[in-house]
Ligand binder design. Structure first.
Ligand SMILES: C[S@@+](CC[C@H](N)C(=O)[O-])C[C@H]1O[C@@H](n2cnc3c(N)ncnc32)[C@H](O)[C@@H]1O
Length: 390
């Protein structure tokens, strides 16, 4: 993205909901509270573990805690951990509320702004699409109504809610366009697949296009497509892309089974999709990626690190979302191995890859905790990427 007014502030494009001063103060409070929890309060958990919970565990079990499951057993009833966890959960609920109120207030204006007369890109919705059970059964990460719920005709409210909430959730550390995961994945691709010249790129689970738009600038000769199951987020993504002058073709599709032709894409990407799909769905998505990729094409997914790469205590802290933030697939998704899933889904496991790429957005580097922990999204300062070349 080229137009940056102020790196410390979310970029104000045509459909971003505007907060009045009271609403803004409330949102800033939540952002500061989240940062305080991640950088000041959470560190006390390690003291509680080492000073109290681990010695209790060792006494009771006759051995020291070794695995993530051991650490959970040791920590789950610890009063300091419960105090931090309750604050963390509350900050999440406060975040959604702080963003919902201004969106509700501007609902009609936002709906009107979503109607684009002469778009550069396109939007294709499918009211018949069955929303997967793994989205209907739970409000993922406590977002009221999830990505798909519509409250009115032509509704884009939950897209607007998501755009603003992600900025607060990441405490501004994903940049003014919330584009850090896309920018970082692109940096990995440019470094590791410099010869890849995609004709068409597909972003699976694009939501409002935070990570999709960077591909328009990084690969200007490519056509960029984004799919998601949620209509409100896609309506918003389309309006947002148009407001930012980018050409993207959005459609409402399940990544497990799309209507694109075989071999249509040279690059398929996803950013934090994997942890929100079930075990079965993820395998179906990879099989679909295999069908959609041309020979030599690449599929790449960006997430937070797998637990096997972390010490047991850190893995436990990163796993907070599984039990406390309505993220039922978070834990299992952090056990995936790129070569393993490639072999299961028709790819050559020898062409699978995994890696870490430092966050592309450097301006907030000083505010990163450099720890991967629940409720500290983007704090680690790197993204884990995995995938395979066809
Ligand atoms: C955490 S959001 C992704 C955020 C986005 N990629 C970004 O970088 O800003 C996960 C998205 O994946 C979508 N999703 C989940 N399962 C899907 C599926 N099977 N097909 C298409 N989209 C899916 C959800 O609707 C949601 O919008």
């Amino acid at each position: 993205m080229t137009v940056v007014a102020d790196l410390k502030t979310q970029f104000t494009h045509g459909v971003l909901p505007v907060a009045n001063s009271d609403e803004f103060a409330r949102q800033e409070f939540v952002k500061s509270l989240k940062f305080h929890l991640a950088s000041q309060v959470s560190v006390g958990n390690r003291d509680a573990f080492e000073g109290r919970a681990a010695p209790h565990f060792t006494k009771a079990e006759g051995r020291a805690p070794e695995t993530m499951v051991d650490v959970r057993k040791a920590m789950q009833h610890d009063p300091y951990y419960k105090f931090w966890s309750a604050l963390q959960r509350n900050s999440q609920e406060m975040m959604w509320k702080s963003v919902q109120l201004p969106v509700e207030r501007q609902h009609d204006t936002l709906t009107a702004a979503g109607k684009i007369a002469a778009p550069r890109g396109s939007l294709r919705l499918n009211p018949e699409l069955e929303i997967p059970r793994y989205h209907r059964a739970v409000d993922i990460h406590c977002m009221p109504g999830g990505y798909h719920t519509e409250f009115a005709e032509d509704d884009l409210a939950n897209g607007a809610v998501y755009d603003r909430a992600v900025y607060i959730y990441a405490m501004g550390r994903m940049g003014p366009f919330n584009s850090d995961i896309g920018d970082t994945t692109i940096a990995y691709l440019k470094a590791n697949y410099p010869d890849l010249k995609p004709r068409r790129i597909l972003d699976m689970g694009c939501t409002v296009g935070h990570s999709t738009l960077p591909y328009c600038e990084a690969y200007p000769d490519a056509e960029v497509y984004g799919i998601d199951v949620g209509a409100p987020v896609l309506r918003y993504a389309h309006a947002r892309a148009e407001a930012l002058g980018q050409t993207v073709h959005f459609s409402q599709q399940n990544a497990e089974s799309t209507d694109f032709e075989d071999g249509f894409f040279d690059l398929i990407v996803s950013h934090i999709l994997v942890h929100e799909t079930s075990h079965t769905a993820m395998r179906r998505i990879m099989r679909e990626a295999h069908r959609l990729l041309a020979d030599g094409g690449v599929v790449i997914h960006a997430e937070t690190p797998p637990y096997r790469d972390l010490p047991a205590y850190d893995a436990f802290m990163l796993d907070w979302d599984t039990r406390n933030n309505n993220e039922p697939y978070w834990g299992a998704s952090h056990e995936i191995s790129a070569a393993g899933i490639a072999a299961e889904t028709g790819f050559d496991p020898a062409k699978a890859f995994e890696g870490y790429q430092p966050s592309a957005f450097e301006a907030e580097e000083a505010r990163r905790t450099k720890v991967f922990q629940g409720g500290d999204f983007g704090g680690g300062g790197a993204w884990y990427v995995w995938g395979v070349q066809k």
